[in-house]
Design a protein around this ligand. Structure first.
Ligand SMILES: NC(=O)c1ccc[n+]([C@@H]2O[C@H](COP(=O)([O-])OP(=O)(O)OC[C@H]3O[C@@H](n4cnc5c(N)ncnc54)[C@H](OP(=O)(O)O)[C@@H]3O)[C@@H](O)[C@H]2O)c1
Length: 216
């Protein structure tokens, strides 16, 4: 059983991570901006207020925990892009203040920087909308930043190109920097199986200091 501080517990991905963590018997401290948005009660769940963009808030939430998970960003507004790299920086800055007692960081990244079978990166594709490109590159910048960090134990988990609520099959494939595609060339994962992969990584760490990706 791990003690987990979770940013983004009210989100599409974070809510599945929350359910998977609680189902496995972990203790989860959900760190939310507005507690009124997280009304579910469950054994092992506590809800506290915090802001992932504030290093002091991160440190406060992370104190005494084994792992900090971040699944923040999202939506169609400018707040999505503005949250991606600054949240990685604030998480690292906040955890640094805890020194050797700092928990591990596992955060949700993006698929844009993954390599496709033809050797190009996902964000090289023709015709991607500008907003999506900006999100992809913001995730790339956050990952580049984390790759300069050696004094905080971090892991980035990039979804497949498409991630959406669906079935929890409990099976998935992983790779480090290569996009996972099926026989038809589709790259996808359900949010439920993404959460399975993320919790598996927490229980059996295999990707400290690197990014990995998950697909079905
Ligand atoms: N294929 C891909 O590469 C792919 C696909 C989908 C998503 N993603 C990435 O995965 C991440 C999560 O996406 P999602 O769809 O789950 O997003 P979402 O449903 O919009 O949820 C975003 C979460 O972030 C929280 N949040 C935002 N700013 C925060 C702050 N300053 N402090 C604390 N919490 C904050 C929100 O809390 P509130 O409830 O307070 O708003 C919400 O819980 C995003 O970074 C997104 O870019 C990648």
């Amino acid at each position: 059983m791990s003690k987990i501080a979770l940013f983004g517990a009210t989100g599409t991905i974070g809510s599945r991570v929350l359910d998977e963590a609680l189902d496995r018997g972990h203790e989860v401290r959900a760190v939310v901006r507005n507690p009124a948005k997280l009304t579910k009660g469950a054994p092992g769940l506590t809800v506290v207020t915090g802001d992932v963009l504030d290093p002091e808030s991160v440190a406060e939430a992370a104190k005494g925990q084994d792992v900090v998970i971040s699944a923040v960003g999202g939506g169609d507004g400018p707040g999505h892009i503005a949250t991606i790299k600054p949240s990685a920086e604030a998480l690292v800055a906040g955890l640094r203040t805890l020194g050797a007692a700092a928990p591990r960081l596992v955060f949700v990244g993006g698929a844009g920087s993954l390599r496709k079978p033809d050797g190009t990166q996902v964000w090289d594709a023709e015709g991607l909308p500008e907003f999506l490109l900006q999100i992809m590159h913001a995730h790339g910048d956050a990952l580049d930043f984390c790759r300069t960090v050696s004094d905080v134990k971090w892991t980035c988990l990039s979804p497949a190109a498409t991630i959406a609520p669906g079935e929890r099959t409990g099976t998935y494939r992983t790779a480090t920097d290569d996009l996972i595609v099926d026989a038809s060339g589709n790259s996808r994962i359900s949010t439920e199986d993404f959460a399975v992969a993320l919790l598996d990584e927490i229980e059996q760490p295999q990707h400290i200091g690197e990014r990995f990706t998950v697909g079905d």
